[in-house]
Unconditional design. Sequence first.
Length: 336
Amino acid sequence: MIEERRKERLDRGIKVTTEGIYAISSWQEMGYLLLPRLVLICGILVLPLVIPSLYWQRVISIVCIYSLLALGFDFLAHFVGLVSLGGAFFIGTGGYIAAILNTSFGLPPILTIPIATIAGGAICTLLLYPCLPLRGVYFAIVTLMYPLVMARIIEALDVLGGTDGIIGVASFPNRWIEQYGLLLIVMVSLFGLRRLVNEDIGLVFRGVKDNDQAVKASALSINFYKSIAVFIASSLGCLAGAYLAHIYMWSGISQFALDFSIIPIAATVIGGGGTLVGPVLGCFILVPISELLRAFGTLRIVFYSLILVAFIVFRSEGIMVYAQRKYHQFERWVKV
């Protein structure tokens, strides 16, 4: 008797009711679910070991800085409905606070970074609080103005070191602490935000984005939950800024540069918005490409733009959304 076989998707029998609820019945199915996460974690942890060049190891650190900004942008834009262009504002705030704490008060990086993260997040949230009722392009424009205003104030009043910045910031003991500290922070932030948006408060955030009047009718404060979301995103940016100040051993007005506001958005477009891991993947693609194109001088902007246009036109959903769909479409032969 001829044995009949048919093709069946690998995820058949694994997904039960939703994308987030699974019934695990075998080690094969558990492996199917865990494989993408293990590939991501192992790939990130091995990366500093397989890159011998000190220059490219530093580039990996910069990639992690942008990844934290991209995570905050994706969280605000796709889960709360706030499009923020204030990445440079967050970086500058965290960098200056960490530099002041280190140079003026003698605190080591292990203390300046967490203090700058919390204090910087609180300061940014307070300054942005009056703007929370705004939505869409109006909120984006306001957040874009903050880094420009702060840079001009520091330059005009010659405060916080003026155009020279704050020098003499302590560095990390060695490059392994610098790199693996950043990589672990990115992974904890990624999986922490993923867990957060799947909790009850994540449902409220989505409600604020989709129908804020329904949330208001449920006796919940819209501005309160928006301020929580802004604090989380700005804290990630301030953490990146504080880390960056200790990497460069300096903090200045160049940390308010618009690159820190624009590149996270481009990375989100390339990686896939609303996935959280997509913007991180986008940063690991976009920032090294930008460095490789640096030899072309100003022409690198042309190549940079062409890459972005190609992704927007031919893969507008982003790499991660496409990869997730293809991964779940894998098939196997089974007995009928």
